[in-house]
Design a protein around this ligand. Structure first.
Ligand code: TYD
Length: 214
C-alpha cells in the first residue's frame, strides 16, 4: 500500500447495460496497475445489506410501498458504507461498486415518483451524503438493453419486471442526474463489445487514474 488515499468508483445504468461486466474489467485493469481493489454491489455487499437485498428483490407479502422500498435501499447502503466501503477506502484501497445512491435517485426518486429531495434526504441521514469520487453511467438505447437482457435469460426480479414505462423513466432520470453533475458523472455509450466499452471507460477515467498505481 502506497499511503495514497483510496478511490470510490460507482457504475450506474439501467438493466442490461453491462455494469457488472464493466466493473469487473475495470477492477482487473486497476489491479494490473498495482492497486488493491475491492469489487462490490448494491443492494448488498455486506451480510446485512445482502439480507435486505433478498427482501427487496423478492418481497414477502404484497410488495413494499414506495417509501418502504426507498428506506430499505437506504438502510442497505448505510450498512454497506459503514462495514465495507469506508473501511476499504481508509486502508487506501479502491472500491468499484455496481450501483450506488444514483440508482435510488433514478429508480425510487425518478421512476418511483418519490422525488430527488426525498432520496437525498435519506442518503444524508443514512450515509452522510457520501458520493463516489466518480460515477460511470452506462447508457444504451432501449432496444439494445432489451436484447442484452433477453440473451441473459435470467428470471426478472421484482424491480426488473416493472413495465417498460418504469425503465424508460429510470433512464430519463439517470440522464437528468448526470446532466446536473458533469464533473462527477461520466456518461459512457454502452453499445458495442465489452472491450470497446472498457476502452471508453479507461479513456474517461484518465484524470482520476493519473495519480494511481505505478
Ligand atoms: P441487480 O440484480 O443487481 O440488477 P442489475 O444486474 O440490473 O444491476 O438488482 C438490483 C435491482 O435493484 C435493479 O433492478 C435496480 C434496483 N435498485 C433500485 O431500484 N434502487 C437502488 O438504490 C439500487 C442500488 C438498485
Amino acid at each position: 500500500m502506497s499511503g495514497a488515499p483510496g478511490r470510490f468508483i460507482a457504475f450506474e445504468g439501467g438493466e442490461g447495460a453491462g455494469k457488472s461486466t464493466q466493473a469487473g474489467l475495470l477492477a482487473e485493469a486497476l489491479r494490473a496497475s498495482g492497486l488493491t481493489v475491492v469489487t462490490t454491489r448494491e443492494p448488498g455487499g455486506t451480510p446485512g445489506a445482502e439480507a435486505i437485498r433478498a427482501l427487496l428483490l423478492d418481497p414477502p407479502g404484497a410488495g413494499w410501498p414506495p417509501q418502504a422500498e426507498a428506506l430499505l435501499f437506504a438502510a442497505a447502503r448505510a450498512d454497506h458504507l459503514a462495514h465495507l466501503i469506508r473501511p476499504a477506502l481508509a486502508r487506501g484501497e479502491w472500491v468499484v461498486c455496481d450501483r450506488f445512491v444514483d440508482s435510488s435517485r433514478a429508480y425510487q426518486g425518478g421512476a418511483g415518483g418519490l422525488g430527488d429531495d426525498a432520496i437525498r434526504a435519506l442518503h444524508a441521514f443514512g450515509s452522510d451524503g457520501q458520493r463516489p469520487d466518480m460515477v460511470i453511467l452506462l447508457e444504451a438505447d432501449e432496444a439494445a438493453l432489451a436484447a442484452r437482457l433477453a440473451s441473459r435469460g435470467e428470471a426478472a426480479d421484482a424491480i426488473e419486471s416493472r413495465p417498460a414505462s418504469y425503465h424508460r423513466a429510470v433512464a430519463e432520470a439517470f440522464g437528468a442526474i448526470a446532466a446536473d453533475d458533469p464533473a462527477g458523472i461520466v456518461r459512457i455509450n454502452a453499445t458495442g463489445s465489452p472491450a470497446d466499452v472498457h476502452a471508453r471507460i479507461l479513456a474517461a477515467l484518465g484524470p482520476l487514474l493519473g495519480g494511481a498505481g505505478a
